[in-house]
Ligand binder design. Structure first.
Ligand code: ADP
Ligand code: MG
Length: 441
């Protein structure tokens, strides 16, 4: 309290600001050189960080006599911290990270329904005796239906039983880009390192294998990786958006290998499964949403579980932001863009921005915003390139959507990518994949 009071007086903070931003702060943890403060509202985080971090830091140093780093966390972070510390040993976290796994994607959090029970049973069987029963396991289905979740679940299960198992999850894009790097390096060490990595493994999971179609050297290398692991009875798990027989331009020898083991599909969830998934998510995220609303979402969003979850997140965030109660009317208004009658998605700059943002794990707002760091600038230029390449939208309109940039900026950004893909295979591969994500057919 003394610290807060000093900040208030010394920095001449208005009463209302003081009560809104500073007074609700709680000390969450004090360590050697770091103080963690709990911000109880997600939305307040940026303001507090930008405006009050320094005053707090200075005043704390002044009053306590030691300089601390100040870190802010939100209730959501706290839940994460508590969950991970109660679940597993730190060593386990490292293993999971090395295998590229999302800690949330486990069998425990996977809801089994008519649409996925075969794929689920097959995954469980493979997880229980990797390399012995079905090799490879080939999972296929449309976007957002749980393929990645199931693959990670298998990997977690195997590592839970035996932490020393060498498990590796990669997307086929990652595999391709790593291969490109190794080839570009042009020496044998790079290539043997690549091979050692992918052949010295107990369980290899390759996600979205459809993206290697048409890439000859990747198919070739993957073919050898596959044979090597398979002959040693190492488990291979593959996912794709369609079954092998429909992957027409996939090399025949790879296609036939994909059919050696077990093929399981995941289809769209029925109403009961959609309800169950929403309830599970509500429970896990600590939301409290009326049953009526859950039913409304489950009735209206049918094909894609990612959208189902997205709807719930969106409702919750909007309600908090606008400080409103979630009623049916509120839900209808908030979800009107998501709940549209199965119209085929038109390719628009907005769609491109969303796909690129998701691909690079950044936010759409950042792409439209003014940040200049390369993690944002390159995706932003990619958006400019794709908008020019895939839509008929006028440059001026693209500029407007991209945070009121003028049309010469758009040309410059798009040209930059055009030049770059001529010499950068990794980027060209990424652009190919983005195009297929934007326009899957
Ligand atoms: P895909 O890889 O098929 O595109 P994901 O595995 O990424 O789909 O799933 C999309 C989202 O839906 C993820 O957040 C995932 O946790 C969730 N999800 C999918 N299927 C289920 C399920 N049966 N139970 C719970 N969550 C699910
Ligand atoms: Mg996936």
């Amino acid at each position: 309290n003394e610290i807060l009071e000093t900040v208030r007086v010394e920095y001449d903070i208005m009463d209302v600001s003081f009560r809104t931003w500073l007074l609700p702060l709680k000390v969450y943890r004090v360590e050697d050189d770091e103080i963690t403060l709990l911000v109880n509202q997600e939305q307040a985080l940026t303001i507090i960080q930008n405006k009050y971090m320094l005053p707090l830091k200075v005043t704390i140093a002044e009053i306590i006599g030691t300089e601390y780093n100040i870190k802010f966390i939100t209730p959501r972070d706290v839940r994460e911290i508590e969950k991970s510390s109660s679940q597993s040993k730190p060593q386990m976290n490292e293993t999971i990270e090395r295998a590229n796994l999302n800690p949330k994607y486990t069998f425990d959090t996977f809801v089994v329904g008519g649409n996925n029970n075969f794929a689920h049973a097959a995954s469980l069987a493979v997880a229980e005796s990797p390399g012995e029963m079905y090799n490879p396991l080939f999972l296929y289905g449309g976007v957002g239906l749980g393929k990645t979740h199931l693959m990670h679940s298998i990997a977690h299960f195997i590592l839970d039983k035996d932490q020393n198992k060498k498990v590796l999850y990669v997307t086929s894009e990652y595999f391709t880009n790593e291969l490109i790097e190794a080839i570009r390096n042009g020496n044998n060490t790079a290539m043997s390192k690549f091979r050692e990595k992918y052949r010295n493994i107990d369980v290899l999971l390759i996600d979205d294998v459809q993206f290697i179609i048409g890439k000859e050297s990747t198919q070739e290398e993957f073919f050898h990786t596959f044979n090597h692991l398979h002959s040693l009875k190492k488990q291979i798990i593959i996912s794709s958006d369609k079954p092998p027989k429909d992957m027409e331009t996939l090399e025949a020898r790879l296609r036939s290998r994909f059919e050696w083991g077990l093929i399981a599909d995941i289809s769209s969830p029925d109403y009961e499964t959609r309800m169950a998934i929403l309830r599970k998510k509500e429970e896990m995220d600590g939301y409290n949403i009326d049953d009526e609303i859950i039913k409304y979402i489950a009735t209206n969003i049918k094909s894609n579980i990612r959208e189902l979850e997205g709807a719930l997140n969106r409702l919750n965030a909007l309600a908090k932001l606008e400080k409103k109660e979630i009623t049916i009317e509120f839900a209808e208004e908030a979800l009107k863009d998501i709940i549209s009658p199965d119209a085929k998605k038109e390719i628009t700059p907005e769609l491109i921005i969303d796909v690129v943002a998701e691909h690079f794990h950044i936010s759409s707002a950042d792409i439209k915003g003014s940040k200049r760091n390369s993690e944002i600038v390159v995706p932003r230029q990619i958006v400019m390139y794709l908008c020019r390449d895939m839509t008929d939208t006028a440059l001026k309109a693209i500029g407007n959507i991209l945070g009121k940039r003028d049309h010469s900026t758009i040309i410059h950004g798009a040209d930059k990518i055009t030049d770059e893909i001529k010499k950068n295979d990794t980027l060209r591969n990424t652009i190919d994949i983005l195009k297929k994500k934007i326009n899957p057919t």
